[in-house]
Design a protein around this ligand. Structure first.
Ligand code: C2G
Length: 447
């Protein structure tokens, strides 16, 4: 008897899961299904799982395909199970292609076609429904975000938009996304929410049109480059009760949230100084987005990160702001510094695409300081230091994958549970960030 084994979370059980189980069953005579525990899902970085383990097991059982159900509790269990049950075939969806090749030593590994869209009649049966997300843009950040979406339960990327249809098609085919569009309005009609990952100066228009069409928006940083545009977008979102979030991954990362809580919790005394730096050397190739004459430069590229701890700790009401920068022959800043003065504190942020520096975050207070070493924007570990070094404390937090799943998980949660909306990066924060971007670009242009 040929035995097949497969695994999954099977949250918000849908048509995609059912078809996967049916296909797996067809590969043999006996199907064993492993269902993950909450603990294991947390450990492997799966976010937003809604249904309890009991419910997920019940749903797998009532699908009628499983001859046996096991609980997957830990890393490495797949090998143990394959050996214990004498499984001949390990089957899993193609979203995991290549990831389980290491099991070929133990049995045959089959990647089964995923279901690109989940039927809506099916969705009505589930408690919250699955959010259909459309991706705007097909560049590097969109690719990374796509890789992370399979770790966020309760959403499916069902469409992609690029003004060049060939790029949209290539992206959708490689990632098994159902629909590819070069018509933005048609794209919007097919989804409930959009993630905007296009060039900086296109964000405003795409976000505005999405909000007007009643779609929730998660927009890459910098969300917009003018303060009034930020205000307008938040007004549009507010008027239709839509979620609008700026995607600065650090703002949603567990370690950074922990750091803010500790910094504000009094351990440092009064916070007086925040210094943050982020540099990333980018070669000045013709056509490189980072060197775009209008909106390129180190500041638009990286200052959303460096300004984040400053705005989060000191607020948006700075007394004075001053910029300094080096520019290339096209007037693009290859290195920039911004100084902010508050009534009770000072701050400085450095960004560079043509100058390399130490990328650390230092928060100094009257009773101690926090040092986050490079790359502080992932905030995996940090130290709270005091006058007496033996009192120093060390903190660490998880940061899974590229860390984009945290913002995506928050976005989906905010859409699905309107009464519990929680914005780690608030409307005021994003409006302040847009204001600083606007001022910098104006000064850089010499106006
Ligand atoms: N699946 C599918 N079509 C979808 C969604 C999911 O075919 N539209 C498949 C997945 O590829 C997987 C199974 O359904 O084979 C379960 O998916 P999830 O519940 O998302 O679980 P997953 O995170 O893929 O678990 O140990 C756990 C496994 O490693 C993977």
């Amino acid at each position: 008897m040929k035995k097949v084994i497969t695994y999954g979370t099977f949250d918000l059980f849908h048509d995609g899961h059912r078809k996967l189980l049916a296909r797996a069953k067809e590969l043999g005579e006996y199907l064993i299904v492993g269902v993950t525990t909450e603990q294991y899902d947390i450990q492997r970085g799966k976010m937003n799982v809604v249904d309890s383990l009991m419910r997920r097991v019940d749903n797998v059982r009532s699908s009628g395909y499983a001859d046996e159900i096991v609980i997957e509790e830990h890393e490495g269990q797949k090998i143990e199970d394959i050996q214990k049950f004498g499984a001949d075939i390990f089957a899993i969806g193609t979203d995991w292609r290549g990831k389980f090749d290491y099991l070929k030593e133990y049995c045959e590994v089959v990647y089964l076609e995923r279901t690109k869209n989940i039927s809506s009649s099916d969705l009505r049966e589930v408690r919250y429904g699955v959010v259909r997300l459309g991706i705007v843009g097909t560049g590097r950040i969109a690719r990374r975000t796509m890789d992370e979406t399979k770790f966020v339960s309760g959403m499916i990327v069902s469409a992609v938009y690029n003004p060049h249809i060939e790029s949209a098609r290539r992206f959708s085919e490689a990632r098994e996304i159902e629909l590819a569009f070069d018509d933005y309005d048609a794209f919007l009609k097919s989804v409930e929410a959009v993630y905007i990952a296009s060039p900086h100066d296109t964000h405003y228009d795409y976000a505005r049109r999405a909000l007007i069409s009643g779609k929730h928006v998660l927009c890459e940083k910098p969300m917009v480059l003018r303060q009034n545009e930020a205000r307008e977008l938040f007004e549009l979102a507010g008027a239709s009760d839509l979620v609008l979030m700026e995607a600065i991954k650090t703002a949603y990362a567990p370690g950074f949230l922990n750091l803010l809580a500790i910094a504000k919790g009094g351990r440092l005394g009064k916070i007086r100084d925040v210094e943050a730096a982020f540099t990333k050397l980018v070669p000045a190739r013709p056509g490189a987005r980072e060197y775009d004459a209008k909106v390129g430069g180190s500041f638009t590229e990286l200052a959303s990160y460096t300004l984040l701890p400053i705005i989060k700790l000191f607020g948006a009401q700075y007394r004075d702001i001053r910029f300094e920068c080096f520019k290339d022959e096209n007037g693009i800043d290859t290195y920039a510094k911004v100084y902010l003065h508050y009534d009770e504190g000072i701050a400085c942020a450095k960004t560079g695409i043509g100058v390399k520096s130490e990328g650390q975050l230092l928060i100094s207070g009257t009773g101690g300081y926090i040092l986050v070493k490079s790359p502080w924007w992932l905030t995996k570990t940090f130290e709270v230091c005091y006058e007496k070094p033996d009192l120093n404390e060390h903190f660490s937090a998880p940061f899974a994958g590229y860390g984009l799943r945290y913002e995506m998980a928050d976005f989906v949660r905010n859409i699905r549970e309107p009464s519990m909306r929680n914005y780690k990066l608030s409307r005021e924060d994003s409006i302040a960030l847009a204001g600083v971007m606007e001022r910098f670009l104006r000064e850089r242009a010499g106006r």
